[in-house]
Design a protein around this ligand. Structure first.
Ligand code: DP6
Length: 344
C-alpha cells in the first residue's frame, strides 16, 4: 500500500526583496533578502505525497490539475531529496519506515489563495514540496538549499518567524541558505493585512522579470552592491529591537526601490496598479496624520498590497480601508486580516 504524508507550508513576505540571480540554474541571488513567514493557518500550501512501488512514474497535480513533472525545477528538488536519501542509507541509516529509493511519487498540492497573483505562491509551494518529500524519504536536516532550487523565495518559507536568505559566495551555492533571525514568538504584536487589488495572474513572472532586470538595469546593480547589504544589517537590528518605525520605513523604501528597478528595466515592468498607488498614498497620509509610523506597505511582483502594522491599530485601519476601498469596487475580496501569530 502507498506511503502517504501531508504537510503545509506558509507564504513569506519579503521586507528586503530578492530580485536578480547570479546563477539561473542553481537559483543564486545577487543580494541577501529578509522576510516574515506568515502563520501556518493563513496563506498556505498543502501538499500530499504518496509513494508506492506500484506507481509507474512520478506525477504532480497543482490545485487539481496535472502539471508537467519534467519541469527542471521540480526535477532538481526530486533529484536532491533522493540524493540525500541515498546518502543517508549508504551511511547505514535505514530511515525508519521511509519510502524505498526506487519508489515513484504522486504529488498533490493545493493553495488556499490565488496562484501567481504576486502572493508568493511559489514560495509556499516549493517549500511544502521539499518538506513533504523529505518526510516521505526519511531525510532530515538543512533543506532550504533544496527549496531554493525550486524557487528562490521558497528557501525562506522553510523557517517560521523572521528569516534571512544569505546570498552566499560560493559558485556551487552550498552557502546560499535561509536562516532564522528571530522565531515566530519574537514580535507577537506584529500583524499583516493583505489587500487584494487583483487576483489575476501577473503579466510578467518574477523569474523572467528579474532576468531582464539583471540584463538591463544599472539601478538593480547599484541596489545589489551598495544598498541591500546595509539594509540587511539595519533590518535585522530593527527586527531584533522590535522597532516598528525603523522596520516600517526600511520595508517601504525597499519595496519602492524594487519597483524602481522594475521601471529601470528595459522594456520596463509595471507591477503596481493605480489601486496600489492609492494604497501607498493612503499609508503615508495615515502615518503623517498621526505623526508616527503606524503602517508599512510592501508589494511583490503584483498589485496586491501587504500592510504591516501593530495589533492595536488593526481595527481602525480596517475601517479606513473599507471606507476608501468599499467591497463593491473590487468584488468584495479586498481585505483579509492576517495576524503573524494567531494568538487572538
Ligand atoms: C518580488 O522566488 O518567485 O517576491 O527564484 O525565479 O522562482 P524565482 O523567483 P521568486 O521571486 C520572488 C520575488 C519577490 C521578492 C521576494 O520574495 O524576495
Amino acid at each position: 500500500k502507498p506511503h502517504i504524508v501531508t504537510c503545509t507550508a506558509p507564504v513569506n513576505i519579503a521586507v528586503i526583496k530578492y530580485w536578480g540571480k547570479r546563477n539561473e540554474e542553481l537559483i543564486l541571488p545577487i543580494n541577501s533578502s529578509l522576510s516574515v513567514t506568515l502563520h501556518q493557518d493563513q496563506l498556505k500550501t498543502t501538499t500530499t505525497v504518496a509513494s508506492s512501488r506500484s506507481f509507474q512514474e512520478d506525477q504532480i497535480w497543482l490545485n487539481g490539475k496535472e502539471e508537467d513533472i519534467t519541469h527542471p525545477r521540480l526535477q532538481s528538488c526530486l533529484r536532491e531529496i533522493r540524493r540525500l536519501a541515498r546518502k543517508r542509507r549508504n551511511d547505514g541509516d535505514s530511515g525508519l519506515d521511509s519510502t524505498g529509493l526506487s519508489h515513484k511519487v504522486h504529488i498533490c498540492s493545493v493553495n488556499n489563495f490565488p496562484t501567481a497573483a504576486g502572493l508568493a505562491s511559489s514560495a509556499a509551494g516549493f517549500a511544502c514540496l521539499v518538506y513533504t518529500l523529505a518526510r516521505v524519504f526519511g531525510v532530515e536536516g538543512e533543506l532550504s538549499g533544496i527549496a531554493r532550487q525550486g524557487s528562490g523565495s521558497a528557501c525562506r518559507s522553510m523557517y517560521g518567524g523572521f528569516v534571512q536568505w544569505i546570498m552566499g559566495q560560493k559558485d556551487d551555492g552550498k552557502d546560499s541558505l535561509a536562516q532564522q533571525v528571530e522565531p515566530e514568538t519574537h514580535w507577537p504584536e506584529l500583524r499583516i493585512l493583505v489587500l487584494v487589488a487583483s487576483a489575476e495572474r501577473k503579466p510578467v513572472g518574477s523569474t523572467s522579470g528579474m532576468q531582464t532586470s539583471v540584463q538591463t538595469s544599472c539601478l538593480l546593480k547599484h541596489r545589489a552592491e551598495s544598498v541591500a547589504p546595509g539594509r540587511m544589517v539595519e533590518m535585522i537590528e530593527a527586527v531584533r529591537r522590535k522597532n516598528f518605525a525603523a522596520f516600517a520605513e526600511l520595508t517601504m523604501k525597499d519595496s519602492n526601490q524594487f519597483h524602481a528597478t522594475c521601471l529601470d528595466t528595459y522594456p520596463p515592468i509595471f507591477y503596481l496598479s493605480s489601486v496600489s498607488q492609492q494604497v501607498i498614498t493612503l499609508v503615508h497620509r495615515y502615518n503623517s496624520y498621526y505623526g508616527e509610523t503606524r503602517l508599512a506597505y510592501t508589494f511583490d511582483a503584483g498589485p496586491n498590497a501587504v500592510i504591516f502594522t501593530l495589533q492595536q491599530h488593526v481595527p481602525e485601519f480596517v475601517q479606513v480601508v473599507q471606507h476608501f476601498f468599499p467591497p463593491e469596487t473590487n468584488g468584495g475580496q479586498f481585505i483579509k486580516g492576517l495576524p503573524v501569530n494567531c494568538t487572538d
